[in-house]
Structures are given as structure tokens and as C-alpha cells.
Design a protein around this ligand. Structure first.
Ligand code: NAD
Length: 249
């Protein structure tokens, strides 16, 4: 069954590479106009070029999601450029260092929370009123399998992704009657710069997944596009696990 999209304009944060780039490319392949947001301009422009090379429409928006002024300007720029905002994928995130919980300094805690939690909250804060005013939309926040279970040596990251799911569910409850669906995707280990950093490059890439391999960014993009599509019209406040059965083991 082909996916259907009533909307025309998608915004993806953290789209300079990895999962965000795959989501941006997937939206563009469905014929949507895509705002590619990131604080990495070189990577973001690279994603835009890939979309244009494939015949799609995209624009780069520089945004550090930890800055409220940047996030406000990002949403305003998308609306100024394309006239509306139908889908938003709040995907920018960092993993922080890998170490035991007591070794974290407050500044390291704050750095992870600022991007992964405050960043997503600020995006929701400016996206939801735009979608409410235009009569609807869909948002997917990138959480993690670490948002539904504890992770050794990644306690703050895990806490931040649990918080993303809390924000997702609460926003879904608040805005369901406004025609806005808010969901989250919970990837397992995915073969991106971050995923490869998390496994340290040294260990067997297959050990974590019962599936015997890491996931691809495109496999997460497929889930994100489903959650945005008309086929997911009654799916709200859901944290969809796409993790090669890590969390089932
Ligand atoms: P990645 O490091 O390849 O990409 C992350 C992107 O976010 C980069 O383009 C980076 O420039 C951008 N970014 C970071 N901080 C930012 C900020 N303050 N403002 C704007 N952009 C910023 O990582 P990825 O694997 O593609 O991860 C994407 C999302 O998926 C993250 O939220 C991550 O936590 C989540 N995730 C990844 C995995 C994995 O195994 N790769 C697993 C579960 C969840």
C-alpha cells in the first residue's frame, strides 16, 4: 500500500546527516517540500543538494535547537518560504559521553538535556500553534530504544529520551482535538555517525541486535513517514519501536 500525504511541507531537524537526512530525502521522494534544519550548514546544504539532484524541492534552515530564538526563526522561515507546515520531525540529538552515572558533571548533564529535551520542547512550542492555526498536522519526535529502557553508561541520554516520550504523549493529548498527531519513533542502534560512536567502532556491530545487524537510517525514515502519513490517522501519542528486537530480548 502506497503511503498518502495530505500535506505538502515537511520540516526535519538534525537533517545534515544520519537519520534526519534519510527522513528529509524520503519526504522529498514523496513529492513534499522539505525544510532541512541543522546547525551544521555544510551537511544541511549537502542534504538539500541531494534532494535537488533527485528533482525535489528543499531549503536549508540554520538552527541550533538549544536556542529559542533560532527555533522560533526556523519555524517562521519555513512558513515564510512554503506558506505552511504540515509535518515536523524533531530529530536533532546528541548522545553525550559514555560513562558511569556518577562521573557526569552538571555541565555534561545540561548539554545533553538542552539538545534532546529542551530542543524538542522548543520545536513543539513553535510548531504546534502553526499547525493548530492551519487546522492540523503531524509531528514525530526521535526518541530511542533508550527512551523505554535503561542503558549502561548512557544514563543521561536514556533519561533525555524518556523525557522525549513524555513530551510526545502530553503534546498528543493536548492537541489531538486540533487535528495534530504527535508520535515518537524509538530506533535501536542505527548505522549513522552517532550509532557507530555508540558502539565504539570496536565491537561486533551485530551483537546488540537479535536481528544480527544494525538498522539503516532508511528503515527509521520509513517508520517516520508512516507516522506522518494519512494511514496513521488514528495513531497518536505512540512511541513506535523500530529496534531489531533489542527491547524484546
Ligand atoms: P547523527 O549524529 O548522525 O545526526 C544528528 C544530527 O543532529 C547532526 O546532523 C547534528 O549536526 C544535528 N544536531 C546535533 N545537535 C544539534 C543542535 N543543537 N541543533 C541542531 N542540530 C543539531 O545522529 P543520528 O544517529 O542520525 O541521530 C538522529 C536522532 O536519532 C538523534 O536524536 C538520536 O538520539 C536518535 N537515535 C539514534 C540512534 C542511532 O543508533 N544512531 C538510535 C536511537 C536514536
Amino acid at each position: 500500500m502506497a503511503m498518502k500525504f495530505s500535506g505538502q511541507v515537511a520540516l526535519v531537524t538534525g537533517a545534515a546527516g544520519g537519520i534526519g537526512r534519510a527522513v528529509a530525502l524520503a519526504f522529498a521522494a514523496e513529492g513534499l517540500k522539505v525544510a532541512v534544519a541543522d546547525f551544521n550548514a555544510e551537511g544541511g546544504e549537502g542534504t538539500v543538494q541531494l534532494i535537488r539532484d533527485a528533482g525535489g524541492e528543499a531549503t536549508f534552515v540554520r538552527c541550533d535547537v538549544t536556542s529559542e530564538a533560532d527555533v522560533k526563526a526556523m519555524v517562521e522561515q519555513v512558513v515564510a518560504t512554503y506558506g505552511r507546515l504540515d509535518y515536523a520531525v524533531n530529530n536533532a540529538g546528541i548522545e553525550g559521553k559514555k560513562d558511569r552515572l556518577p562521573t557526569f558533571e552538571a555541565s555534561e548533564f545540561d548539554a545533553i538535556m538542552n539538545v534532546n529535551v529542551k530542543g524538542v520542547w522548543q520545536c513543539l512550542k513553535y510548531q504546534l500553534p502553526v499547525m493548530a492555526a492551519q487546522g492540523g498536522g503531524a509531528i514525530v519526535n526521535t526518541a530511542s530504544v533508550a527512551g523505554i529502557r535503561g542503558v549502561k553508561n548512557m544514563s543521561i541520554y536514556s533519561a533525555s529520551k524518556h523525557a522525549v516520550i513524555g513530551l510526545t504523549k502530553s503534546a498528543a493529548v493536548e492537541f489531538a482535538k486540533k487535528g495534530i498527531r504527535v508520535n515518537a519513533v524509538c530506533p535501536g542502534l542505527i548505522e549513522t555517525d552517532m550509532g557507530l560512536r555508540v558502539i565504539d567502532g570496536a565491537v561486533d556491530k551485530t551483537v546488540y541486535h537479535p536481528a544480527g545487524r544494525m538498522g539503516s537510517p532508511e528503515e527509521i525514515a520509513d517508520a517516520v513517514l508512516y507516522l506522518c502519513s494519512d494511514q496513521a490517522s488514528f495513531t497518536m501519542g505512540h512511541a513506535m519501536v523500530v529496534d531489531g528486537a533489542i527491547s524484546a530480548a
